[in-house]
Each structure stands twice: as C-alpha cells, then as structure tokens.
Write a protein that binds this ligand. Structure first.
Ligand code: AHR
Length: 349
C-alpha cells in the first residue's frame, strides 16, 4: 500500500508555478507559451460522480471540477448519477460513444460493474476509479484507484472509543452501540462497518443495531429517531458520516437527551467520519460529536496526477491510499494504536 499523494500535488505544481513567472519568459515567445490549449489539444475526461448526498460529496465534485479545467488542458464531461448505479452505467456508455480519452468513475456501490467496464476496455478507454472501489474478478478492468482506507478509518475510530472509554473506567459490556451506516454495498460503508463490528466482537461491546442512513442528514435523523424508540440504553452512536451525525444529534436532542462524551452521566456519545461539514466541525468543538475520522475528499489533483502518468504511457500504482487523521476535542486520549502503528489524535479541527 503506497501512500504518497500528499506530496504529489505540490510537485506537480512546480512546473506550473515556474511557467507562471511571466517576467522570466522572453516576450517574443510569450504568446506561444501562455496560449490556452485549443479544443483539439484538450484531453477529454468523462467523470461519473455517484450523487450529491453529503458535504463530502460536494467537496469531492468541486475538487474534480477545479482540477480538470481547460487551462490545465482538459475538457471535463461531468455526470451526476443521482445515487443510481443505472445512471452511472448509462453515463459510462455515453462517454464511450463520445470517445472520451479517459473515464473517471466514483462508483456508488462495489458490485455490478463488469459488463460496462468491459465495454470501456473494448473501446480502449482507460478507467480510473476514485473514492470507492468496484468488486470485479478482473482487476484489469480499471487502470488504478485513489481514495481512503475506509476500514482503517473504522479501526481508528474503534481504537479511540476503546481508549477513551477505558480511560473513564467504563466496562466494555456497558457500551451499548448503534451504527448508522452509509449506503449498503459502498466501499465506505463496508470498511467502516467492518472496523466497528470486528472491534465490538473482540472487545465484548454490545453492538445493538446496524441500520443504513444512506449518508444523508435526513435519513440519519429518521434512523436515530427510530432507534431511540426501540432501545432505551443507547450510549454510543457510530455514524458513518458527518451529515448523518448532524441528523442523529437532532433526533437525540428532540428526544430530550444530550449528545456528549459523558456517557456515565446519561449523555449519548456520537462519533463520525469526514471532517468536511462546518456544522459537524462546530459540533465537534462543542463536544456534541466526540471524535471524527478524517475522510479526505480532495481527489481532483490526485486523479489528474494519475492521468498524467497514463498520458506518458507509464503505469501508475494500482491502489493509491490517502493518509488521514483522527480528530477529537475530548481530552483523555492523545494517540491510538492500530495494527501496530501509532496515530496521533489531533485536537484542532
Ligand atoms: O465514499 C465516501 C463517503 O461518501 C463519505 O464519507 C460520505 O460522506 C460520502 O457520502
């Protein structure tokens, strides 16, 4: 697992920064050097985004749109799949008909991509996966992937819950946890759910329910409202993204309960993932969200870097993971250990 992407955007910027030093360019060459690429020179990229369910997704779309500009030499065709795999498959077929140079796919869920990715391969169009992954027997149906290690995010969060509750002397069997999951079958849901479920089994925690909230605030609110009616002893809510956490906190407060880390005093501890939404960051500073595992959405320059490698006929690393942090303003745990590696717990959001 190679984790190098924090460096690449800066390295890639260096030629652009140098080219931007107008005074060093001889004036007779200026027009040629500074000329915007003509339409024919542009590299056409078809980007199938899965939807717009969360602030993370909006930030991710913005990052892609600002990386693939005409100034950078690209013509980007962007299609929003509206959370439906069928729409994404239609978009990919349209990109193939349009004979784009590259296809970038942010897949909604992992299964069901063999046929359409086979069609892209037949057409000789390289496919780059971003964010989530696809589950295909033939890994050569796509060139490469860049995104988060979602299971590691889940493991880190579980390690924080363990360290924090142990520091408070809370017995493992006294943790009554519900998991509000992302959309079922997506890589983010699968990894984060697995991270918690394995930790619950290993530590003897009471994982009472796993229910999907589809990564949206409204569903997070609905699901949490229903869970509070079903169980009267919930003391930890593991939300697989910030938008659902905001909805869940709303439901907790509407039920007359308090979201916070003091579960010995009847508070309900909420933890979540992303670190993009402003309200969620405010809630984290206030202690309504106790811990957030970062999920970095800024993949535009990373995908562009992969395409630059493909463009010169080289083969990029197949799986490209982004390094991510863990944030908690709740005192008590400064670092956690996952798979023998120590991660600092950041205090500033
Ligand atoms: O796949 C990444 C996840 O998708 C983000 O955590 C979530 O907010 C988004 O909808």
């Amino acid at each position: 697992m190679k984790r190098f992407f924090k460096l690449i955007p800066l390295l890639l910027l260096i030629p652009a920064i140098l080219a931007g030093c107008g005074s060093s360019i001889p004036s007779e060459n200026a027009e040629e050097i500074l000329e915007t690429p003509k339409a024919d020179d542009l590299v056409t990229v078809g980007f199938s985004q899965l939807g717009a369910e969360s602030d993370w997704r909006s930030a991710n779309t913005d990052s892609m749109l600002s990386a693939f500009t005409e100034e950078a030499g690209y013509n980007l065709i962007y299609k929003n799949g509206q959370q439906k795999q069928a729409n994404q498959i239609t978009a990919i077929r349209m990109f193939i008909q349009q004979e784009v140079d590259y296809i970038v796919l942010a897949p909604s869920t992992e299964d069901g991509w063999e046929t359409v990715l086979g069609e892209a391969r037949e057409a000789g169009i390289p496919v780059i996966l971003v964010d989530r992954r696809v589950n295909t027997a033939d890994k050569n149906l796509y060139s490469c992937w860049v995104g988060s290690d979602f299971e590691l995010e889940g493991k880190k969060m579980a390690a924080w819950i363990k360290a924090y509750t142990e520091s408070k002397g809370i017995a493992p069997e006294d943790l009554h946890i519900v998991n509000i999951q992302g959309n079922i079958g997506s890589t983010a849901q699968i990894g984060r759910t697995r991270g918690l479920a394995n930790a619950a089994r290993d530590n003897g925690w009471d994982l009472m329910a796993e229910v999907s909230g589809d990564f949206t605030e409204n569903r997070g609110r609905e699901v949490m409202g229903a869970l509070l009616k079903r169980f009267d002893n919930i003391n930890v809510v593991y939300c697989e993204n910030d938008n659902m956490a905001i909805g869940a906190i709303d439901a907790i407060e509407s039920a007359g309960r308090k979201a916070g880390p003091n579960i010995q005093n009847g508070e309900i501890m909420v933890v979540s993932f992303d670190g993009v939404n402003k309200t969620a960051l405010d809630y984290a500073r206030q202690g309504k969200i106790s811990c957030i595992a970062e999920c970095n959405p800024l993949h535009g320059p990373r995908v562009r870097a992969l395409i630059e490698v493909l463009k010169i006929g080289e083969t990029p690393e197949k799986f490209n993971y982004v390094d991510e942090m863990l944030f908690s303003s709740v005192p008590g745990v400064d670092a956690i250990v996952v798979d023998d590696k120590t991660y600092k717990v950041e205090r500033e959001y």
